[in-house]
Design a protein around this ligand. Structure first.
Ligand code: PMP
Length: 422
């Protein structure tokens, strides 16, 4: 039987752990840029499950790949080989320009994997004394919520009362090359620098254009691994195949002026499967990945045939439908239209972002409820978005959007914001 929204919410509240604060909307269908609630109301999805549904909801090519594989073979674990994983690994390695891929399931798991990889590389290749490796991370980072990852989180809610914390992390200011240089100079045991090319959960914070390329050069000079967490920024979201772009197969002629950077270790998740199935991956070249030996790391589901088939189809969609280019073009248009409105608006301070990963900052303090109230009003007007902070709303629609749909969304957003002006 079809539940009403309220019934579904009541069930979750009664039987589910209270680890989220969802917008009060219950969805039961999605197609492309749209989702529908159980009462049949249609919305634009402007979150894309935190940048996972880049290829649009229920993309037929990805869903078909999943169904076909699910009817043939779903899970072997890595105790046996399967005939899909190798093909996917080859495809993804060539797509992103790396020698090797290590398959995992979720973003946080892939981050954990990259941290382990970095430490082992430091002991076996760089020659740091065992158990002494340090990894530099950034203030206001978000990399997941496992015990190790929260050890270097700034978020008190994710962190408090979950200690003792994992050692071996040095935290520096984001977008600050001097801080990175100092940390590298002062700590001979640094093995890696873990960084988000744009800090998504921090409120879509975009660093200076030369930050990543210069940070990579500093890492290279100190023989330290540059580890890019592109779980949120990757897979065409920011108007390029990767926000770091690097030596990938990106042929996006609209690519912006940010210089390319090739990470030593690349972390992908979310949209690598188009949000159809949990898939994540760590990519690196042989010089780094060779330290991983049988038994060092693994996962029952990582690299399973369904995951491999889905991810391959999802990456093909990104390429076939020119999603990076579309994200670039629509992103420029989105910020241009919102900036026109902001000139005369008392309520929005600024819009920032790249491609279709954007945020608006509201003229209010961080502790306010304004962003939440605006999101509730956006929902009433047929558009779903979520605040990252009391005064910041992230806008990240599926990348399969058309210009006409985007302009429709802009008018919904502006109409809603206007209703909050006194
Ligand atoms: N890294 C980044 C940059 C993320 O944005 C996220 C999720 N928001 C993660 C890691 C964690 O991914 P997951 O939720 O799949 O574990």
């Amino acid at each position: 039987d079809q539940l009403t929204s309220q019934q579904a919410i009541d069930l979750e509240n009664k039987y589910g752990a209270h680890n989220y604060h969802p917008l009060p909307v219950v969805l039961n269908r999605g197609e492309g840029v749209y989702v529908w609630d159980v009462e049949g109301k249609k919305y634009y999805d402007f979150l894309s499950a935190y940048s996972a549904v880049n290829q649009g909801h229920c993309h037929p090519k990805i869903v078909n790949a999943m169904v076909q594989q699910a009817q043939t073979l779903t899970l072997t674990s890595r105790a046996f080989h399967n005939d899909v994983l190798g093909k996917y690994e080859k495809f993804a390695c060539e797509f992103f320009g790396f020698d090797k891929l290590l398959p995992m399931n979720t973003g946080a798991e892939a981050v954990e994997t990259a941290l382990k990889l970095c430490r082992k590389w430091a002991y076996e290749v760089k020659g740091i004394d065992e158990n002494n490796a340090e990894i530099i991370v950034c203030e206001n980072n978000f990399h997941g919520r496992t015990t190790t990852i929260i050890s270097f989180s700034n978020d008190p809610i994710a962190r408090k009362n979950f200690g003792p914390y994992t050692k071996g992390f040095i935290k520096i200011e984001y977008d600050n090359l001097t801080a990175l240089e100092e940390a590298l100079k002062n700590n001979p045991n640094v093995a890696g620098f873990l960084v988000e090319p744009i800090q998504g959960e921090a409120g879509v914070y975009v660093p200076s254009d030369d930050y990543l390329v210069k940070a990579k050069a500093l890492c290279e000079a100190h023989n330290v691994l540059f580890i890019a967490d592109e779980v949120q920024t990757g897979i065409a979201r920011t108007g390029r195949l990767l926000a770091t772009c690097g030596n990938c197969s990106c042929e996006n002629k609209n690519c912006d002026n940010t210089p390319d950077v090739k990470p030593d270790v690349l972390i992908l998740g979310k949209a690598i499967s188009g949000g159809v199935y949990p898939v994540s991956a760590v990519l690196a070249n042989d010089a780094v990945m060779q330290v991983i030996k049988p038994g060092n790391h693994g996962s029952t589901f990582g690299g399973n045939p369904v995951a491999a088939a889905v991810a391959m189809a999802a990456l093909e969609v990104v390429q076939d439908e020119n999603l990076a280019e579309n994200a670039f073009t629509l992103g420029e248009l989105f910020r241009k239209e919102l900036n026109k409105y902001i000139e005369t608006s008392g309520i929005v301070k600024l819009v920032r972002g790249k491609g279709l990963l954007n945020a608006i900052v509201i003229n209010d303090d961080e502790g306010s409820n304004k962003a939440w109230d605006i999101c509730l009003a956006l929902k009433e007007n047929g558009l779903l978005a979520k605040p990252t902070h009391g005064n910041i709303i992230r806008f990240a629609p599926p990348l399969v959007m058309t210009e006409e749909q985007l302009l429709d969304c802009v008018s919904i957003i502006i109409k809603t914001l206007k209703s909050f002006e006194d």
